[in-house]
Write a protein that binds this ligand. Structure first.
Ligand SMILES: Nc1nc2c(ncn2[C@@H]2O[C@H](COP(=O)(O)OP(=O)(O)OP(=O)(O)O)[C@@H](O)[C@H]2O)c(=O)[nH]1
Ligand SMILES: [Mg+2]
Ligand SMILES: [Zn+2]
Length: 341
């Protein structure tokens, strides 16, 4: 079983420990499930539902200030909102441990108060664990979401220290805010991200062509102002939940248009060539976690209006399910024209 904390294939054992004691009074003996490799406490729901809700690792890769944490906070808020419950029949989510519940609640509370998360400290992050069930056209799964300091992706050795979760993910999400790249040298900074990531991943033992890449252009609410008509992301607002019904053709069209934009407008040929060389597939999508730029105090003037937020997550879940299918399953999926990948 894949441990969601150390991401090793590990066995789970029952352990006993004294908790809640003090110098004068003994605590209570509690039993819990633990990973044999790293000793982390494994949520019972994770173990018991492993087959019906297998893990899908969400690896947020991207430089500092490019919008990883705001995206994940806004995603938690959306995934726990009534909007999706109304839109998708029987849809539900379950945080799997106290830490995940606290993180999700904290993110929702912050955004509801029109405030934004602080920059991540450089530490190895704890994952947020959340079961997601009954999303249309998408298998049930347990999201294992990792968010770390963007500084880790400026240095190969730091990827090994603070972001080694990337080595075990089937799909990597590259969060790129074009608004944060230096105008005129966007391609140099994009090359930097790609090359540092690939060297770091190879150092961690990730073979070429074993991962797929989804490039997520964040802060898309700004691109019409910056790039005018050259920006190809024409349909930024979409009713939350409608992402589940986009066809494979629409998904591929978005990727094609964004690829052309990178290639022709930003001259990012090297970045695209490196991506195609290392990853087994490259997809692109664009999101806005807030739907508006924050004000001068870095707060929101009105509630977030997230746009196209589910595209990347649905891609990760569907891709993970596709990887698990045998050859016959993959063939059947293609025959049924049900292949989003
Ligand atoms: N216009 C706009 N700005 C955004 C959006 N999302 C994030 N921002 C801005 O970008 C800043 C940085 O976002 P974060 O999510 O904290 O960046 P990060 O990638 O997590 O940064 P590190 O934790 O340092 O790696 C935020 O404080 C906002 O000012 C968005 O959807 N639209
Ligand atoms: Mg962050
Ligand atoms: Zn472990």
């Amino acid at each position: 079983m894949l441990c969601p904390f150390c991401l090793l294939d590990s066995s789970i054992e029952m352990r006993e420990e004294e908790r809640g004691g003090s110098a004068n009074a003994p605590g209570r003996r509690v039993h819990y499930l633990a990973c044999k490799e790293c000793g982390s406490q494994i949520p019972r729901m994770y173990k018991e539902d492993y087959e019906i809700c297998p893990p899908a690792i969400v690896s947020a890769v991207g430089f500092s200030q490019h919008g990883k944490s705001v995206y994940l906070s806004s995603l938690y808020r959306l995934m726990r909102s009534q909007d999706l419950v109304k839109q998708w029949k029987q849809y539900l989510t379950w945080p799997l441990n106290q830490d995940s519940l606290d993180r999700i609640r904290g993110s929702v509370k912050l955004l509801d108060a029109c405030r934004l998360p602080a920059a991540n400290p450089q530490v190895f992050p704890m994952p947020t664990l959340m079961q997601v069930k009954n999303v249309p056209n998408t298998p049930n799964s347990t999201l294992v979401l990792f968010d770390t300091a963007g500084e880790a992706f400026r240095d190969v050795d730091k990827i090994g220290m603070y972001a080694n979760f990337v080595a075990r993910a089937d799909t990597i999400l590259f969060f790129v805010s074009l608004a944060n790249l230096t105008k005129g040298s966007e391609s140099v900074e994009l090359d930097d991200l790609m090359q540092t990531y690939v060297i770091g991943a190879r150092e961690l033992g990730t073979p070429p062509k074993s991962q797929s890449l989804c490039i997520v252009f964040t802060k898309s609410d700004r691109y019409a102002d910056i790039y005018g008509k050259a920006w190809p992301g024409d349909q930024l607002y979409m009713t939350p939940g409608d992402e589940a019904y986009t066809t494979p053709y629409q998904v591929n069209t978005t990727t094609r248009k964004l690829t052309e934009f990178l290639d022709e407008h930003l001259k990012a040929k090297q970045f695209l060539a490196n991506a195609r060389d290392f990853f087994n597939s490259v997809h692109m999508t664009y999101v806005s976690a807030l739907g508006q730029p924050p004000n001068s105090r870095n707060e929101l003037d009105c509630a977030p209006r997230p746009c196209r937020m589910l595209d990347p997550i649905l891609h990760v879940i569907r891709r993970q399910a596709h990887t698990r299918l045998g050859l016959i399953g993959k063939f059947m999926q293609a025959v049924e024209h049900n292949n989003w990948l």
